[in-house]
Design a protein around this ligand. Structure first.
Ligand code: B3K
Ligand code: ZN
Length: 874
C-alpha cells in the first residue's frame, strides 16, 4: 500500500466547480448521473490529464460537452478514471451503477435496514460518483433523488429543498440545492421511511430555521433531548462565538448502522441512533450527556469544518481539535465545569496517552498515513482539543475570540491549514507563537518534573521545572514544548492561595496565574512568600503533560483538602490512589502482602462524608484510577497484579467504610424520574458506592438486586446490572435474563446488555462472549454490536482480553479477520488494542505478536488493518 505524505501536497490540476447529481435508487441497483463543471488550474502542466477518484462503480457512459468521449481518451482503473485532453473548462456527464445493498463497509451509499444513507468522510464520495474527492475541492452541489414512493417516502440531501414531484410507476423525486460550497466529504443523501420530529429556532438576526430530526417511525418520543441539545448549541454558538446558522433548514437523521458517532454533512447531519434517541427508561445519564455533546459537536462543525474546511487530511485536527474544544466548552457551560474537565482528562489519559506512547504515535498534524480513516484518533481529536485549549489559556477568552473572528474573516469559504489557524491567533493578538507550533509537529506526551525549594529566611520559593518529550516512531529527538502552566501556591499554614510575585516584578499578580514554560529546564522564583507553600501546578490540566511533582503522600492529602482548584483537588486524590495501588502491585509481585495505609482510608472517608461537596464531584474523586491508567505508569504492564491490587483496595475501602457508604447510598436516592444536574450527581455517587458495596458481600449484592428491581431510570438499572453481572451468584443470571426479556426489542438497550457481559469480571466471560455472538440480537455487520460486545471485551476487559493462555487474543484476532472483509474501518478499531503488545510481559508479548502476524498474513487484508498491524511490528 502507498504511503501518503503531508510534504507531498500539491494543488490540484483541475477542480470541480459545480456538480449536479441525479441519484436513481432502484431495487438492487442505483444509477448515478453526475454532471461536473470542471475547471483547469492555469498552473497545470500542459497535457496534465483530469484524474477523477472513483471506486466500486460501474461506468455506463462518459460524455464531455455533450459528446461521448472516445475510449482512447480515458482509462478506468480500480480507484480512478483518467481523462486526457480536457480543456480549461468542460462539462462532464458520467453515469455509473452502484450497489448500496451490497455495501457492508458502510462508506459511500449503503443501506441501514430499509433506509438508504451515506457516509462520505473521509473518502466515501468516490464510491458514489467519480469526482475530485479531496477536501480542497469545494464545489456547489445540487442533488436530485428518485426512488419508489412507498418504500422511500422521505428523500433528503444537503442544503435547501427546491422541488419535488411524482413520477410514473409509483416513483417520485426531490431536488436539493446547497448554496454553500463544500468538499465532497460533506455530501449526504438519505432515502427511506422516516418520521420527522419538528421544531424551529430563531437566530440572533431573526431568521427562522426549521429543525427536523428524522427517525424510524415509533421513535419520535425519544428525540426531545436531542432537539433541546440542538437548540442550546445554536444559541451557545451565537452567544460565545457570534456564529449563526446559515441555511433555512437543519436536519438530523438517526441510523442504526453507522461506523462512528455522527457526521456533520452540511445541513443534514447523519447520526448513529445511539447519539440521538433517549428516554429516561432507555438511556443512561451518560448517554444523555453524550447526546448533548455530540449534537453540539456536529452542529458546531457547520462553522469549524464546513464553512472553513481542511486543505488536506493532514489538517484534520484543524476542524476536529477545534470542534472538540468547542463542544467541551459548551458542555462545561451547560453542566458542572470541573466535573466535565475531569471526565475529559480521564478520557485523554485512557485513550490518548497510551496512543502517544505506542507504535501508532503521531503528531496532532500527522506527517504520513496509509489509510486516513486510521487517523481519526484520540490524538487528532482530544489532544488536538488540548492544543486549542492552550491557545485559549495563553491568550485568554477575549484574545481567543479575536483570533477566531479573524480566522473566519480571512478564511470563510476556504480549505485551510492548522498553520492558518495559528497565524490568525497570532495576528489577532500581536503575539509570536513560533514555539507553540511544536504541538502540531511533535508526537509524544511531554514528561514534566517539578521541584520546589522554600527559603524561609529570604521568603522566596523557587520552582524548577524540567520537561522532556519522549521519542516516538520517526521522531527520535524532540525540542521543548511551550507549556502554559496555570498554577498557585497554597500556604501550608493558612491553607489559602498565596499572592504570586515573581522575582523582578514590583507587585504580586493575583494568586492564580499562567506561567509560560519554554525551556528544557527552567526556574521561577517567587518573592514575598510568607509561609512554606505546596505548589498546585497545571491547574485545570492546563497542558497535556505527565507531571511528577515530587509530592509526599501528606502533600497530596493536603492538596485534596485545600487546593482552590477543584480539578487539582481531584488530581491529588488520583495521584494518591495511583501511588498506593502501584505500591501494592510491587508488593504483590515481590510476594509481600498488599497493604493499605490507614491514612488513605481516612482521606477517602473525608471526601465521602463531606456534605459540603457536590455529589457529582465526590463521585469523581472516589472513583479509583482505572486499570488502564495504572498500566500506563508501569514499565511493563502487570495485568494480573493491577487487577488484584485494584480489587483488593476496593474491598478494603468497602470493608472499612461499609456503614458510611451504606448510609450515603441511601441518602443519595433520587425520587422518581429526574434528569437535572443535581439528580445526575446523586445517582453518580450512589451508583459508585453500590459498586463498592456489591463487590464486598451479600448485603451489597442484595442492594444491587433491590435497585435493579425498583429502578425507574436506565442509569440505575444499568449500574445495578453491572454489579450483578460481575458476580457468579445466581442473582446475576436472573437479572441478565430479566433485562433481556424486557429489552430484547430495543437494539440500543441490547447493546448495554452485551457490553455489561463483555466487561464482566466473571472468570468465564470469554466463553460467554462467544456464546453471545450467537444471540439473535448480535450481528457482525452492525458496528454498534461489534463495539458493544467485541470492542468492550478487547478494550474494556483487561483481564479477559489478556488472559495468560492467549485465548482472548486468539478470539479477537479471529473476529478482526472475519470482519475485515466486510467492514475494514470497524475491523481496524477492534484490532487497535493489539498495537500495544510491547507493553506487556514476555509471554504475553509472544502471544500478541503471533496474533498480529497471523492477522497480517490474512489474504486480502485491508489497508486499514494492514497499517496498524505493520506499524505495530515495526
Ligand atoms: N467528522 C466525523 C468523523 C468521520 C470519520 C471518518 N472515518 C464526525 C465528527 O468528528 O464529527
Ligand atoms: Zn468532528
Amino acid at each position: 500500500p502507498t504511503v501518503i505524505r503531508r510534504a507531498d501536497y500539491t494543488p490540484p490540476d483541475y477542480r470541480v466547480d459545480r456538480i449536479d447529481l441525479h441519484v436513481d435508487i432502484r431495487d438492487g441497483e442505483t444509477i448515478v448521473t453526475a454532471t461536473l463543471a470542471v475547471v483547469g488550474n492555469p498552473d497545470r502542466a500542459a497535457n496534465a490529464p483530469l484524474v477523477l477518484d472513483g471506486q466500486d462503480q460501474t461506468l455506463i457512459y462518459l460524455k464531455m460537452d455533450g459528446e461521448d468521449v472516445p475510449p482512447c481518451r480515458y482509462v478506468v482503473q480500480p480507484e480512478r478514471m483518467v481523462v486526457e485532453e480536457v480543456p480549461d473548462r468542460a462539462l462532464l456527464e458520467i453515469r455509473t451503477r452502484i450497489h448500496p445493498e451490497k455495501n457492508t463497509a458502510l462508506e459511500g451509499l449503503y443501506k441501514s435496514g430499509s433506509m438508504y444513507c451515506t457516509q462520505c468522510e473521509a473518502e466515501g464520495f468516490r464510491r458514489i460518483a467519480y469526482f475530485i474527492d479531496r477536501p480542497d475541492n469545494m464545489a456547489l452541489f445540487t442533488t436530485t433523488i428518485e426512488a419508489d414512493k412507498a418504500s422511500c417516502p422521505v428523500l433528503l440531501s444537503n442544503g435547501n429543498p427546491v422541488g419535488e414531484g411524482d413520477l410514473p410507476d409509483g416513483r417520485h423525486w426531490a431536488k436539493w440545492e446547497d448554496p454553500f460550497r463544500k468538499p465532497a466529504y460533506l455530501f449526504a443523501l438519505v432515502a427511506g421511511q422516516l418520521a420527522p420530529v419538528k421544531d424551529s429556532f430563531v437566530t440572533a438576526s431573526g431568521r427562522t430555521v426549521d429543525l427536523r430530526i428524522y427517525v424510524e417511525p415509533g421513535n419520535e418520543d425519544k428525540c426531545g433531548h436531542a432537539m433541546e441539545s440542538l437548540k442550546k448549541s445554536m444559541r451557545w454558538d451565537e452567544e460565545v462565538f457570534g456564529l449563526e446558522y446559515d441555511l433555512d433548514i437543519f436536519m438530523i437523521v438517526a441510523v442504526g448502522d453507522f461506523n462512528m458517532g455522527a457526521m456533520e454533512n452540511k445541513g443534514l447531519n447523519v447520526f448513529n441512533a445511539k447519539y440521538v434517541l433517549a428516554k429516561p427508561d432507555t438511556a443512561t445519564d451518560t448517554d444523555y450527556q453524550l447526546i448533548e455533546g455530540i449534537i453540539a459537536h456536529e452542529y458546531f462543525h457547520n462553522w469549524t469544518g464546513n464553512r472553513v474546511t481542511c486543505r488536506d487530511w493532514f489538517q484534520l485536527s484543524l476542524k476536529e481539535g477545534l470542534t472538540v474544544f468547542r463542544d467541551q466548552e459548551f458542555s462545561a457551560d451547560m453542566n458542572a465545569r470541573s466535573v466535565k474537565r475531569i471526565q475529559d482528562v480521564r478520557g485523554l489519559r485512557a485513550a490518548q496517552f497510551p496512543e502517544d506512547a505506542g507504535p501508532m504515535a503521531h503528531p496532532v498534524r500527522p506527517d504520513s498515513y496509509i489509510e486516513i480513516n486510521n487517523f481519526y484518533t484520540a490524538t487528532v481529536y482530544e489532544k488536538g482539543a488540548e492544543v486549542v485549549r492552550m491557545y485559549h489559556t495563553l491568550l485568554g477568552a477575549e484574545g481567543f475570540r479575536k483570533g477566531m473572528d479573524l480566522y473566519f474573516q480571512r478564511h470563510d469559504g476556504q480549505a485551510v491549514t492548522c498553520e492558518d489557524f495559528c497565524v490568525a491567533m497570532e495576528d489577532a493578538n500581536g503575539v509570536d507563537l513560533t514555539q507553540f507550533r511544536r504541538w502540531y509537529e511533535q508526537a509524544g506526551t511531554p514528561h514534566v518534573t517539578a521541584r520546589g525549594h522554600y527559603d524561609a529566611a529570604a521568603k522566596t520559593y523557587t520552582l524548577t521545572i524540567e520537561q522532556t518529550v519522549p521519542p516516538t516512531p520517526g521522531q527520535p529527538e524532540k525540542q521543548p514544548a511551550l507549556l502554559p502552566m496555570a498554577m498557585g501556591l497554597v500556604g501550608s499554614v493558612s491553607k489559602a492561595d498565596l499572592p504570586l510575585q515573581l522575582d523582578g516584578e514590583n507587585a504580586a499578580q493575583g494568586t492564580d496565574r499562567v506561567l509560560r514554560v519554554t525551556e528544557t529546564r527552567q526556574s521561577f522564583t517567587f518573592v514575598g512568600v510568607e509561609e512554606a507553600p505546596i505548589p498546585s501546578l497545571f491547574r485545570g490540566f492546563s497542558a497535556p503533560v505527565k507531571l511528577e511533582a515530587g509530592y509526599s503522600a501528606d502533600d497530596l492529602t493536603f492538596l485534596m483538602a485545600n487546593d482552590s482548584d477543584e480539578f487539582n483537588r481531584w488530581e491529588a486524590g488520583q495521584a494518591l490512589a495511583r501511588r498506593l495501588m502501584l505500591d501494592m502491585v510491587a508488593a504483590r509481585s515481590a510476594g509481600r502482602e498488599m497493604a493499605v495505609a490507614d491514612s488513605f482510608v481516612d482521606a477517602f472517608r473525608r471526601v465521602l462524608t463531606d456534605e459540603g461537596v457536590d455529589p457529582a464531584f465526590r463521585a469523581q474523586a472516589l472513583a479509583l484510577p482505572s486499570e488502564g491508567d495504572l498500566g500506563e505508569s508501569m514499565a511493563t504492564i502487570d495485568v494480573d497484579g493491577i487487577h488484584a491490587a485494584r480489587e483488593h483496595l476496593r474491598r478494603v475501602l468497602a470493608e472499612r467504610l461499609k456503614p458510611e457508604m451504606t448510609t450515603i447510598y441511601h441518602a443519595m436516592a433520587v425520587r422518581g424520574v429526574q434528569l437535572d444536574g443535581p439528580a445526575i450527581g446523586k445517582r453518580a455517587l450512589r451508583n459508585l458506592l453500590l459498586g463498592y458495596l456489591a463487590g464486598l458481600d451479600a448485603d451489597g449484592l442484595a442492594l444491587a438486586e433491590a435497585q435493579f428491581q425498583s429502578a425507574q431510570v436506565m442509569t440505575d438499572s444499568v449500574a445495578a446490572l453491572v454489579c450483578l453481572g460481575d458476580s457468579t451468584d445466581a442473582a446475576g443470571d436472573r437479572a441478565l435474563a430479566a433485562f433481556h426479556e424486557r429489552w430484547r426489542g430495543n437494539a440500543l438497550v441490547m447493546d448495554k446488555w452485551f457490553s455489561i457481559q463483555a466487561m464482566s469480571k466473571r472468570p468465564d466471560t470469554l466463553s460467554r462472549v462467544k456464546a453471545l455472538m450467537g444471540d439473535p440480537a448480535f450481528s457482525l455487520k452492525n458496528p454498534n454490536k461489534v463495539r458493544s460486545l467485541l470492542g468492550a471485551f478487547a478494550a474494556g476487559n483487561p483481564t479477559g482480553f489478556h488472559a495468560a493462555d492467549g485465548a482472548g487474543y486468539r478470539f479477537i484476532a479471529d473476529q478482526v479477520i472475519a470482519l475485515d472483509s466486510m467492514n475494514p474501518q470497524v475491523a481496524s478499531r477492534l484490532f487497535s488494542p493489539f498495537a500495544r503488545w510491547r507493553r506487556f510481559d514476555a509471554a504475553r508479548q509472544a502471544l500478541l505478536k503471533a496474533e498480529i502476524e497471523r492477522v497480517l498474513a490474512a489474504p486480502g487484508l485491508s489497508k486499514d488493518v494492514y497499517e496498524i498491524a505493520s506499524k505495530s511490528l515495526a
